[in-house]
Design a protein around this ligand. Structure first.
Ligand code: GLC
Length: 708
């Protein structure tokens, strides 16, 4: 038995039932004018061993009394775990995950998570509720902002990168933070995009779309996983033993901690599967949930559940072991005060700000551009118009942790910095005549529209994911002047606005860009940097198309304008406004056909695919290159496209660069009914190009030859 295991067994033997249940109980901080705090009753609970972890308390000085109550005053001196949602930065705020996903850059994803962990750990945080790994295809759902978009392969790479960034390879480091993969699983499939609604999808969709990112997080060593609030086909995820224990623990080998979502254990009663706290506690614990977040149901219900024979002490002990093992792995027993010790050096904060500016530039997606961007250096009069122009607080988006509006660069400030020689006239757009006056006096109009942070994120589903009416009226009035209009959309989701894309000279999707929003945008508008992002999800032309995504399955009646009885709408096109992978830059690229290293691939062999990309423009640029496959004939239908690799390349004007991908036969297998990877012989198409738009893809073929 290892030393840690022996220590855990020793503690278990000494623990009372109340102390065991205490380790499975997470309390929430109180909030007063000074911010989050632990009031005396909570400190008393901690000293009595009735709490093992805390949610939402941040700041070294606020955390210290709580940790002292546990480590110095409690009977067994078990340290507390302090936890917070640090999704896209702690004090330095990076682009929201949906925006950062647009960079298609795992190294960047790791670096921003690392910076966030350094800042959060310095303030006493030991666990974050990130990365969020819900593959999201419904922009009506507010939490699409927290996702990495519509694709399971991208989300799986995002998972690996974020776990590595938050945790490093040594969780005991005082600047390491335990990551929590969430929300397991399929939360993004809520009915009609309505928050917290139920989801119901096939086992195949579960295996092909929703499980792979969590499998990737487990393989990356994620410390914790959070079940989703919702129910899946009649079983709330918080009580879903087949998935939490059967899949996560037994099939994926996850040995970390399962933390319920906020109050989710108590909500099993509202779901209608538990009559009281004892039944709810028993269901969640038996399913595999180790920690009850903030509902107090384990405290209230587990002793009674034990007395009523609804749970066994061995199950409680197993959960306590996992919680203690996480605290040991985090080094909390040896150094309970290490996180929260050190104020960060100014140079560290400066480096994080520079990283935030880089990440923001790489996250902006140039959706369309008739040549209006980059703005000419001699631009002398700029109108900056719209409610999101001078709104630094909105740039932080949902889940802003310790981010401060006062430390955020607005778009207006960024434009003034990027164009020091220009006259910048600002109008927030509430007074349309004043805005038109500003526009008339300008060479070009920079229009800043979209969502405020409270229109996005949790509990902010929108049945109509559009630009607010008042902003449309402002935009239509500005367009009517005939000036060059460059629109920057701030949002946590694609916004349905065909009327805008018809008229704007250029449109940038800026998501919520974070602390350095204005500077990053100024870099892009001035041409000091090119926009680096591509869409990580399809941008609907109409809400009626939702869910619209590139990985759909074929139909027996594919759309055909010559034949009425085919898959289509009478009133809108099938295709989105913009496809997955849409994203322009300031140069252009030309692709050759992909070249496969072998014509036939057998299990265990490696296929190398090469594609040359030439920069045919006159400025240097970066390009995100995608590799999809299409399996046209198999024992089950296969999606029209499946993403299997992506990479970023850089090329000088006139330079030709070769992107090289290495695939094993794993890339060509698909889950059978039991989720086991199945490889079948047959011809597979390999398609490479700048995105999922079929017209831009070039292909080659490989023949898979299995041993069957
Ligand atoms: C919230 C969210 C979850 C978050 C948790 C703690 O309701 O669903 O993503 O981590 O509560 O804040």
């Amino acid at each position: 038995m290892t030393e840690d295991a022996a220590r855990i067994e020793g503690l278990l033997r000494a623990m009372t039932l109340e102390e065991k249940v205490g380790q499975l109980t997470m309390i929430r901080a109180d909030f007063d004018a000074a911010g989050s705090t632990l009031l005396a009753p909570k400190l008393a609970d901690i000293a009595a061993g009735r709490a093992g972890s805390v949610l939402d308390l941040r700041g070294a000085s606020a955390i210290l009394p709580g940790q002292k109550a546990a480590v110095e005053n409690s009977r067994l001196k078990i340290p507390l775990l302090f936890t917070l949602d640090v999704l896209h930065g702690y004090r330095t705020i990076f682009p929201v995950p949906l925006g950062e996903a647009a960079a298609f850059d795992p190294d960047l994803w790791t670096r921003t998570a690392r910076a966030a962990a350094v800042e959060a750990a310095a303030d006493g945080i030991a666990l974050t509720y990130a990365p969020m790994l819900d593959v999201a295809r419904d922009p009506r759902w507010g939490r699409i902002v927290e996702s990495a978009g519509e694709d399971p392969f991208v989300t799986a790479r995002f998972a690996e990168a974020k776990v590595k960034g938050f945790q490093t390879d040594d969780l005991a480091r005082s600047d390491a933070v335990a990551a929590t993969a969430k929300h397991f699983a399929g939360y993004a499939a809520v009915n009609a995009g309505r928050e917290y609604a139920s989801a119901d999808f096939s086992q195949r969709t579960l295996e092909e779309v929703y499980l792979p990112p969590f499998a990737a997080s487990v393989n990356a060593g994620v410390a914790a996983i959070m079940p989703a609030f919702i129910e899946l086909a009649g079983v709330p995820l918080t009580a879903h033993r087949a998935l939490l224990t059967g899949v996560l623990r037994e099939r994926f080998g996850f040995d970390g901690v399962l933390i319920s979502d906020f109050f989710a254990v108590a909500e099993l009663i509202r779901h209608g599967v538990a009559a009281d706290a004892a039944e709810a506690a028993a269901l969640a614990l038996d399913a595999g949930v180790d920690i009850d977040m903030a509902s107090g149901t384990y405290t209230e219900g587990l002793p009674e559940a034990l007395a009523r024979g609804l749970v066994r002490i061995e199950t409680i002990d197993a959960a306590v072991r996992r919680v203690l093992a996480l605290k040991l792995a985090l080094g909390l027993f040896e150094k309970p005060y290490a996180r929260g010790e050190g104020a960060l050096a100014p140079a560290t904060i400066e480096a994080h700000r520079a990283l935030a500016r880089e990440a923001a530039r790489q996250s902006v997606v140039l959706l369309q551009n008739n040549g209006a961007l980059p703005l000419p250096a001699q631009t002398s009069r700029l109108a900056v118009i719209g409610p999101l122009a001078d709104a630094p607080g909105e740039m932080l988006g949902p889940w802003r942790a310790a981010g401060e509006a006062s430390e955020t660069v607005s778009f207006l400030a960024g434009v003034e910095t990027a164009f020091p020689q220009a006259t910048v006239i600002h109008a927030n757009g509430g007074d349309i005549p004043a805005a038109l006056e500003a526009a008339r006096a300008s060479d070009a109009v920079l229009l800043f529209l979209g969502e405020t942070a409270n229109m996005s994120g949790e509990a902010n589903s929108r049945a109509r994911p559009v630009i607010p009416e008042a902003q449309r009226a402002l935009a239509e009035a500005v367009f009517s002047l005939g000036k060059p209009v460059i629109v920057t959309l701030t949002s946590g989701r694609p916004l349905v606005a065909p009327w805008l894309f018809e008229k704007a000279h250029a449109v940038l999707a800026a998501w919520f860009l974070g602390s350095e929003a204005g500077n990053a945008l100024g870099d892009i508008l001035s041409g000091a940097a090119a926009p680096g992002g591509k869409l990580p999800l399809s941008w609907p032309f109409d809400a009626g198309q939702i869910p619209v995504y590139y990985g759909e399955r074929p139909t027996g009646r594919p759309a055909n304008p010559e034949n009425h009885d085919t898959s289509k709408y009478l009133d809108v096109p099938n295709t989105p406004q913009f496809p997955f992978g849409q994203g322009l830059t300031y140069t252009r690229f030309d692709y050759t056909e992909p070249r496969a290293s072998v014509a036939t691939l057998r299990p265990g062999e490696i296929l190398t695919v090469e594609v040359d990309i030439a920069n045919i423009g006159d400025v240097a640029g970066e390009e995100i290159v995608y590799l999809f496959i299409r399996d046209p004939l198999a024992s089950v239908t296969r999606p029209l496209l499946e993403l299997k690799a992506f990479t970023r390349i850089k090329a000088l004007p006139g330079e030709r660069v070769t992107a090289r991908f290495h695939l094993t036969t794993d890339a060509f297998s698909f889950p059978d009914a039991a989720g086991k990877p199945r490889l079948e012989s047959g011809e597979i198409e390999i398609l490479t190009g700048p995105g999922a738009a079929p017209s831009l893809l070039k292909r080659c073929r490989v023949h898979i030859l299995t041993n069957e």
